[in-house]
Design a protein around this ligand. Structure first.
Ligand code: NCD
Length: 312
């Protein structure tokens, strides 16, 4: 496997073997991500963070990963501070950025923007979220979290809960889970079902996929409960958002009937979908999930940019 120089736009840009190898490499980076000795794999490398949408975890964990490995960052954290404000195209911005940095991490509100950026850049582009499109590196850390708890990614029952229409994290995660042979149970308000294109593709690839709108029932059967935030910013109509806001919430009484080994995950930020009381239960995995972003992104950046033959 060599990921050197590759773009990571969709989860389909990584094979199952490549994902497995990245997760193994990420496990070896955990100590370094905690502040232990880290290899200087990115010494002399510059990674551009081009963030045209709000972000806390994704940008900061990428920056932490780069710096732990001895590299440095160029950061756009506010689109309003760039020449996009003067009418510059994303294509031109990325093309120019690719001559200042060795790789570009892009977050942008438009679906398809990361693919466009990959065409504009002759350096690797990593999609850190393109509108309601994909978020493949979130999937890697989601998988790392599941694997750390269960020792496997196969044969599990994973409930994807919430905004499956606009939530880009589930658009990447569902395909990876299917690839590893876990069962996917979709639970969402009717207006926020997983889009047909994703369903069709999952079915085409033989995924074990079903819907369970009854949340207590879905929770009772689950090994993993992956909760998502309603993506308010993507609703074309505020009224549509108001109809679904607050329609699901995970709290201690709901989890009382869950399997003891159930883990509750969330890409964060949460906006009321998980009660704070869940944090103190053994089910809560979302803060560990947020931490694993660092070793996972260290492993990925090492594989894309590190010395040839290393960083696997
Ligand atoms: C997610 C995103 O931006 O898609 N956050 C993240 O990257 N951890 C989820 C969200 O915003 O709801």
């Amino acid at each position: 496997m060599s990921l050197r120089g590759r773009d990571i736009v969709s989860i389909h840009d990584l094979s199952r073997d490549e994902i497995t190898a990245l997760l193994a490499s990420a496990r070896k980076m955990v100590r370094a991500a905690e502040g232990g000795r880290a290899p200087a794999t990115l010494a002399g490398k510059i990674v551009a963070m081009a963030f045209f949408e709000p972000s806390t975890r994704t940008r900061l964990s990428f920056e932490s990963a780069v710096q732990r490995l001895g590299g440095s960052c160029l950061t756009i954290a506010d689109a309003g501070a760039t020449s996009l404000r003067k009418g510059e195209s994303l294509y031109d911005t990325i093309r120019m950025l690719s001559s200042y940095a060795d790789a570009i991490v892009l977050r942008h509100p438009n679906e398809g923007s990361a693919r466009l950026a990959a065409r504009a850049s002759d350096r690797p582009v990593i999609n850190a979220g393109d509108g309601a499109g994909q978020h493949p590196t979130q999937t890697l850390l989601d998988l790392a979290t599941i694997q750390e708890r269960f020792g496997t990614l196969s044969g599990l029952k994973v409930v994807l809960l919430g905004d499956l229409k606009y939530g880009r994290t589930v658009h990447s995660l569902a395909h990876a889970l299917a690839e590893f042979g876990s069962e996917i149970v979709l639970s969402s308000p009717p207006s926020l079902r997983l889009p047909e294109e994703h369903r069709a593709e999952l079915q085409h690839r033989g995924a074990k996929l079903r819907e369970e709108p009854d949340l207590p029932k879905a929770v009772r059967e689950a090994d993993v409960l992956y909760v998502t935030r309603i993506q308010k910013e993507r609703f074309p109509d505020e009224g549509e958002y108001r109809e679904v806001v607050g329609s699901y919430r995970i709290d201690a009484p709901l989890l009382a009937a869950a399997k003891p080994r159930l883990i509750v995950m969330h890409p964060l930020p949460r906006a009321g979908e998980i009660a704070a009381e869940v944090d103190a239960t053994p089910h809560a995995a979302y803060f560990r999930q947020a931490f694993l972003a660092v070793p996972v992104r260290m492993a990925l950046l090492s594989a894309l940019l590190g010395p040839a033959g290393r960083g696997r």
